[in-house]
Design a protein around this ligand. Structure first.
Ligand SMILES: [Zn+2]
Length: 317
């Protein structure tokens, strides 16, 4: 049953493993497993359809499901937290830590489901997410900003990081100077690595994108002086001085793109064209040589989601 999981696991130091959640394409979205003195936590879960991979990863690390203490859902977008309910059902002793603004959505997921159908359409929604299982509120830790929890010997702090979503927190591992950033520190697909150099860009998914808050959250993450950050899209990045600067510049560039086309009658089209050209230009500067077809394959879904989020932000002004 665990025979084919090894190709979906990436081991890092400090007891951290990225698990491919098999969402849309390989290495698009990760769940992170952290093991410390035989105790374990998952940071983000993928969808309900990802749960078999997560359980196989536990087996591969010789961790019993009863030894998982935490399911940490950085935010309640379904690509990352959709599987939390099903996963909790498989982990008898785990608690699920959730942002105060996300808790009721995990206890009663109908609004999340409706929101995702609005973004993806009914058919794609079913194929992507499967059945969403609610989580018993008794098993939740509703995490305030600065909430401290323990995993084995290590101390973790959950800090609220608005900008991508208002219900977003990041997990700071104080003992290893690492941060699990969910979507707050943007997207860095390994497909775009050039000689080990990482490429990064923001994710501005509906409905809470806020450029200023996002830049402030990036600064807050960097104030902990981490040596590595773990992104849901996808896993470890280390060149943090450069990447944090590029993230903030690119958040502002996306906001400027939105403002530039705010009044255009064909705003949606202009934004989508403009964002693809912008991303493709950054990819060029980065030295990546993939052709136009590969660029569309790797970027089109994010262009669509990002533009939807920017339009919601423009309409809120
Ligand atoms: Zn995401």
């Amino acid at each position: 049953m665990t025979a084919d999981i090894s190709g979906k696991l990436t081991d890092f130091d400090a007891g951290i493993t990225a698990i491919d959640t098999d969402y849309v394409r390989p290495r698009l979205a990760a769940s992170h497993l952290v093991v410390d003195e035989g105790r374990a936590a998952f940071v983000d879960t993928g969808t309900t359809l990802s749960v078999p991979n997560l359980l196989a990863a536990l087996a591969a690390k010789n961790v019993d499901p009863g030894d998982v203490d935490w399911v940490l859902t950085t935010h309640v977008h379904l690509d990352h937290a959709g599987g939390a309910g099903e996963l909790m059902r498989q982990l008898p002793n785990a608690r699920c830590a959730v942002h105060p603004r996300g808790a009721r959505h995990l206890a009663e997921p109908s609004k999340l489901i409706a929101g995702s159908i609005a973004v993806y359409g009914e058919e794609r929604y079913r194929a992507l997410y499967g059945e969403i299982v609610p989580i018993d509120e008794q098993r939740m830790l509703v995490a305030d900003d600065g909430e401290r929890i323990r995993l084995g010997s290590r101390n973790l702090v959950l800090i609220h990081t608005p900008g991508h979503a208002l219900h977003h927190y990041c997990v700071v591992d104080l003992d290893h100077d690492r941060i699990f950033s969910g979507d707050t520190f943007g997207i860095s697909y390994r497909d775009f690595d050039v000689d080990g150099r990482e490429f990064i860009f923001p994710t501005t998914t509906p409905v809470h994108f806020d450029p200023e808050a996002l830049c402030n959250s990036v600064d807050r993450l960097m104030s902990y002086e981490p040596v590595a950050i773990y992104l849901t899209h996808y896993a470890e990045v280390r060149d943090l001085g450069r990447l944090s600067g590029e993230m903030k510049n690119r958040v502002r560039a996306f906001a400027d793109l939105g403002r530039r086309h705010a009044q255009a009658p064909d705003r949606s089209l202009k934004l989508r064209e403009g964002m693809f050209i912008m991303l493709s230009g950054w990819v060029d500067e980065h030295g990546w040589v993939g052709d136009v077809k590969q660029r569309h394959w790797l970027l089109d879904d994010d262009v669509e989601l990002n533009c939807q989020g920017i339009e919601v932000w423009l309409d809120r002004q």
